[in-house]
Design a protein around this ligand. Structure first.
Ligand SMILES: [Zn+2]
Ligand SMILES: [Zn+2]
Length: 136
């Protein structure tokens, strides 16, 4: 069982299942949404995710035709990246976890869009976009 919350604690959630496919995403949307060099996300099944509080605080932003991002309307914490038309899983903003999910980042995504002021210095796999996409 994992728990997480937003910065102001209005939104609190619980995950009763694994976090998979952990990536650092360097795309421009993640950089802007998180105000950071990259965003760290892991896949979580909707069936394993439960809001404990703050359902009314969760705001949604359709960032692209491919995905909707959720965040706390009070403090701005990024919470989820929800792929359009996928009812099985979403990507959880791992910075909101209060517990250790056990898994560790496996790859860097959208490296072709990364911030010029940030140098990747670990040995994780890097993808220009994402695995399976044409490499830029
Ligand atoms: Zn909040
Ligand atoms: Zn991204």
């Amino acid at each position: 069982m994992l728990t997480g919350s937003c910065l102001c604690q209005a939104v609190r959630y619980q995950i009763d299942g694994p976090v998979d496919d952990v990536s650092h995403c360097h795309c421009s949307q993640c950089r802007k949404a998180h105000g950071a060099a990259f965003a760290s996300y892991g896949h979580v099944r909707y069936a394993h995710f439960r809001l404990l509080s703050g359902a009314e605080a969760v705001a949604r932003y359709q960032a692209s035709p491919q995905a909707t991002r959720t965040f706390c309307r009070h403090c701005g914490s990024n919470l989820q990246w929800c792929p359009t038309g996928n009812a099985e899983y979403f990507a959880l903003a791992l910075g909101t976890l209060d517990d250790d999910p056990g898994v560790r980042p496996q790859r860097h995504l959208f490296v072709a869009s990364k911030a010029p002021w940030y140098a990747i210095e670990d040995r994780l796999a890097q993808f220009a976009e994402y695995p399976g996409a044409d490499q830029a």
